[in-house]
Design a protein around this ligand. Structure first.
Ligand code: SF4
Ligand code: SF4
Length: 423
């Protein structure tokens, strides 16, 4: 029987009853859910997790350590949301659930505090992040890497193998891009993306330049806040969203994002700031300008890229932004590019932001599925559109024991359009 008052102090950010009540328990989402596919357990399914959120919301259950564990195993991949016929906004529900955990998780409080500190004070602070990433960039490009890798075991070995094959110079808002006055749009530089994947930003710039669109890396922009929101730190995510809105609303044209997770979060700034006028209106206008890097390009642009290519959907591109065919059409249009569809290309790889660090066992299970598929299909190139997936695929390729290159879609298009093509 429901008590009159919730046993749990509900926050403004807790999942709303309106959102939770949309679930009609049909179960159509179950087989789309990676954690359900691996465990076969209802409590590790979207329906199960929504049911637990409703119990807490109705005051029929406390927020127990067991509920916390089931929520935290969720990858927030939103495959369930994309398939749900009732339009349950699962991403929003899960962010609300994480906000409840952020306020008062029954267990693991210290680990949460450390995570929150790192996300706020390292990831979201460009200078600190640059200092932390610099040794990783040096190490990734050093010859000693092969030797060190052979000596590592267990999780350290996995983390090492996620580091990209080579890490180029950083591309920061202050250092890259066309002069803002001459630009047709903005390239969103982000946090980790700009530090570890500067090459992808430079490739995106060149691809857009060839398409006749000049991008500036307007100053003042920073981390999008997706990692913070996914971890329940909605207050800080809102702070970062306001900062980006204030910085980029001085610019014109599309805001081009080549990281699927950032793009999804930024398109949804209106949701994040819905109860914060006048930011809510500004956030809606901002979100309407955000485009994934694949959205503004046409397959008629041409180019050649010889090789077998396996495109893997990033969850926040396919499920959150509902972009599935566009990137494939761009690849298929390249002369010599032979596309291979691997089974479950749209099933989460297990990277999921910081998930591979905090849920290593499930992350490893999902990566193994990918590495088995790669070992069977033997693509020459694995193509992604998200930095976390990129790193997970680097590890999956090593696990599969194949020679495939892992590339961002923009890097493939860049090579395809350059005079110095490599297949
Ligand atoms: S979330 Fe959607 S698909 Fe899943 S059980 Fe509820 S209504 Fe059905
Ligand atoms: S977000 Fe992904 S992992 Fe979480 S319940 Fe939905 S489908 Fe499952």
């Amino acid at each position: 029987m429901a008590s009159e008052k919730p046993l749990w102090p509900l926050l403004a950010d807790a999942p709303s009853d309106a959102d939770l009540s949309r679930c009609v328990h049909c179960g159509l989402c179950l087989n789309a859910c990676p954690t359900y596919l691996i465990t076969g357990l209802e409590v590790e399914s979207p329906r199960g997790r929504i049911h637990m959120a409703k119990l807490v919301s109705d005051g029929r259950s406390e927020l127990t350590a067991s509920i916390q564990a089931h929520w935290e195993l969720c990858l927030q991949c939103r495959a369930c949301e994309a398939i749900c016929p009732s339009g349950v906004p699962y991403g929003r529900i899960q962010e609300g659930a994480r906000a409840q955990l952020d306020a008062a998780a029954p267990v693991g409080k210290n680990a949460r505090r450390i995570r929150k500190f790192v996300l706020r004070n390292v990831v979201a602070r460009p200078r600190v992040l640059a200092t932390v990433v610099a040794p990783a960039r040096w190490y990734a490009n050093t010859r000693a890497r092969g030797l060190v890798r052979r000596l590592l075991r267990g999780r350290l070995r996995v983390i090492e193998s996620q580091l990209p094959h080579r890490v180029g110079a950083p591309f920061r808002a202050t250092t890259g891009g066309t002069d803002a006055d001459r630009a047709d749009g903005v390239l969103f530089t982000g946090c980790v993306m700009g530090e570890l994947f500067g090459n992808v930003h430079r490739a995106t710039e060149r691809v857009y330049e060839r398409a006749g669109i000049r991008l500036s890396a307007a100053a003042g922009q920073g981390c999008c806040g997706a990692l913070h929101a996914h971890d329940g730190d909605l207050e800080f995510a809102r702070r970062l969203a306001r900062k980006n809105i204030a910085a980029l609303e001085r610019t014109t044209g599309p805001i081009v994002v080549n990281s699927a997770g950032c793009g999804a979060a930024m398109k949804e700034y209106g949701d994040l700031l819905a109860n914060d006028e006048p930011w809510a209106r500004r956030a809606q206008a901002f979100g309407a300008r955000v485009k994934d890097a694949s959205e503004l390009l046409s397959p008629t642009q041409g180019g050649a890229f010889a090789g077998t290519v396996a495109y893997q959907d990033a969850c926040h591109l396919v499920h959150a932004q509902r972009i599935k065919d566009g990137p494939r059409a761009l690849l298929a249009s390249l002369e010599g590019c032979e596309m291979i569809e691997t089974p479950g290309a749209d099933v989460c790889c297990g990277a999921a932001g910081i998930y591979s660090l905090v849920q290593p066992a499930m992350s490893a299970e999902l990566r193994k599925r990918k590495s088995d598929q790669f070992a069977a299909a033997m693509p020459a190139v694995i193509v992604t559109a998200n930095p976390g997936c990129h790193m997970q695929y680097e590890a999956a390729v090593r696990e599969a024991g194949i020679q495939a290159r892992v590339m961002h879609l923009m890097e493939v298009l860049d090579e395809a359009g350059s005079d110095d093509r490599v297949g």
